[in-house]
Design a binder for this molecule. Structure first.
Ligand code: BV8
Length: 241
């Protein structure tokens, strides 16, 4: 582990621009279930039933119940040592964060330069007037827009079959095109376009570092350990350089 930490710290320190791509495994040690693990969110539900626009059109209350259930879990949780270490790393390095997570924990931990490519569970979008708002309470399975009064609200989340926000894709593409090192943390690499980012960096001659107890990516350096364990150690190494 020591040698890999030194090598990873050097790669990140020497890089003129690096990207951290995170998935649900980043928040596992905060007590938030991942999607596809044995305790995964999708053990009882499948994406087909819930995380897609057809499901919402068919039964908005069911979809709101799923997201409200997840919000209630997240509202009781805190960022873990991995979130805080990553946020501090961003103070030492030109490291930009691209997260697939919608749980807001990177923001709570202090990460600044970040794009939430699948949205944020505490944001809503009005189907009537398009207004993006914040909604933290979870007692209403069919919330209505406060601005236009008639518009139904949906979670401001990117569902399967929906394109990522144009401005997010632009920002992520700009970072990836200049990225020399990508740090892939806690993702099973099954959802596109995020699942293609590491291969893109490798194809342009960059380095891939993965942190995942069940590695899922071709990487130059692999830590088959928990992110909450590795990231603080990696931060320490970077500080020593
Ligand atoms: C799109 C909603 C254009 C938010 C989610 C090719 C190109 C483009 C699109 C596609 C394509 N092929 C197919 C598609 C369509 C689709 C797709 O990728 N389907 C897959 C299933 C094949 N993609 C889309 O629809 C995307 N839209 O590209 O638009 C388009 C549209 C249609 C057709 C073509 C193009 C939209 C994708 C967004 C979907 N929204 N969820 C929400 O409710 O949360 S995806 C969902 O999965 C979550 O957002 C989550 O972030 C994401 C990825 O899951 P992971 O984060 O990886 O979580 P998982 O549980 O799988 O893995 C956890 C990992 O952590 C494990 O590896 C585990 O070992 C590890 N771990 C556990 N503990 C720890 C740990 N690691 C570290 N430390 C620990 N302690």
């Amino acid at each position: 582990m020591e040698k890999k930490l030194e090598k990873a710290a050097q790669l990140l320190k020497q890089s003129s621009l690096s990207v951290a791509l995170t998935g649900a495994g980043m928040s596992a040690e905060s007590g938030i279930p991942t999607f596809r693990g044995k305790e995964g969110l999708w053990k009882n539900f499948s994406a087909q039933e819930l995380a897609n626009p057809q499901a919402f059109a068919k039964d908005p209350q069911l979809v709101w119940q799923w997201y409200n259930w997840r919000k209630d879990i997240i509202l009781q949780k805190q960022p873990n040592a991995g979130h805080y270490a990553l946020a501090q790393m961003q103070e030492f390095l030109p490291l930009h964060l691209v997260t697939q997570n919608v749980d807001n924990l990177h923001r709570v931990a202090g990460s600044q330069s970040m794009v939430e490519i699948h949205g944020n569970i505490f944001k809503t979008r009005c189907l009537g007037c398009g207004k993006i708002d914040e909604l933290r309470q979870t007692n209403d399975d069919a919330p209505l827009c406060r601005q236009c009064n008639t518009g139904q609200l949906r979670p401001d989340i990117v569902w399967f079959g929906e394109s990522l926000a144009h401005k997010d894709l632009q920002q992520v593409s700009a970072w990836l095109s200049r990225c020399e090192v990508i740090l892939v943390i806690g993702t099973s690499g099954q959802v596109y376009p995020a699942a293609g980012f590491a291969a893109q960096i490798a194809s342009q001659g960059g380095s891939v570092i993965e942190i995942n107890p069940q590695p899922a990516t071709q990487a130059n350096i692999t830590f088959a350990n928990a992110s909450g364990e590795v990231l603080p150690l990696l931060l320490q190494k970077i500080k020593e350089l």
